[in-house]
Design a protein around this ligand. Sequence first.
Ligand SMILES: [Zn+2]
Length: 303
Amino acid sequence: MNLIVIDLEWNTATRSQKADSWPAAGMMFEIIEIGAVQMKDGFQTGGHFHRYVKPVVYKRIQYHIAAVTKRTQQSLKNGVLFPQAADELIRFTGENPVLVSWGTADPEVLISNFQFHEKCGEFRFLALNAQAFFSGFAEGVSAGEQRSVEYALDYLNLPKDLPFHEALSDAVYAARILGRTLEQELAKQPDATVETLIRPYVYDPFLTRQREDRIELEKGGDLLTALKNRAFVCPACQKELRLLPASGGCGWQNVKPDKIWFSAAVCEEHGQIEIWVRKMRRTKARSYTIKTRIPEGPLKNFF
Ligand SMILES: [Zn+2]
C-alpha cells in the first residue's frame, strides 16, 4: 500500500472579504502550505515533500489562522501557485496513494482546492484518518473523541521535538503516531500485518459520507416509535439502510439521557453506517436532527 502522510495549512476569508468573494470562489479554505511524508511498511522512509503555496483568493491572512500557524501577511507572497504545487505533489505521491491525515478535514480541503483549480480529474486517492486509527487501536474506541496530535504523542510517549502547526512537522508527527500505533498492534496481534490493520480504515474521500435530516414529533408522539417507522438511507448511494440490533435487543441506544440516541446500520454497498439522533434545543416543537455518516473505520464499543 502506498501510504503518504499529508498535512495542509490553509487560509480563509477575512471579515471584509466574506461578503463577495467566498460564495463566488466555492472554496472555503485555500491551501497555503503542503507537507507530506512517505511511509513504507508502516514506517517513515525519509521521503519528504514541502511547498508553500501562494493564495489567489484569500490573500489576506485571517487573524485566527495567523495566530495558530504563526504565518505573517508578508510570508503569503512566498511559494508557488497551486497548480504547480499540485503537479509536484502528484509526482511525489506516485500511483494509487492512500493519503493519511489527522482527522478528515485535510482530504476535504485538498479535493476542494483541486476542484477550484479544475485539476480534479488528474488526482484520485484514497484516505486514512490517522486520528480514527489511533483511537481505534491505541484507545480501543471509535473516533468519537477527537484527540489532538499532541494528546496522541503524549499517550504513545513520542517526542515533541518539532514545531506544531507547520505542515511538514505535523505530517511527521502523524507518521510517527501511525507508526507507533502499528508497531504496538503488531506486537499484540502476531497474525496481523500492516495491510490487515490498515485496510479497514482506508476510505474514499470523494464519496458523500454524511447527511443531515430533521424530524418533528407531533404532540404526544414517541421518538422511538417515530424512528422505528422511519426509513434511513445511505449518504453516499441513498439506498435504504438495515439497522443493527444493539446488545439490549432494541436498535437505539440512548447515549445521553433524553438528548442523544445512536444506532449502527449497514448499507449493502458502503458497509457500516452510524446514525446519530440529537434533540434540538431552543425550538418550540420537539425537533431532532438525524445525522447519518459513513465512519472512517470499523465501529467499536457500540455493541
Ligand atoms: Zn451506500
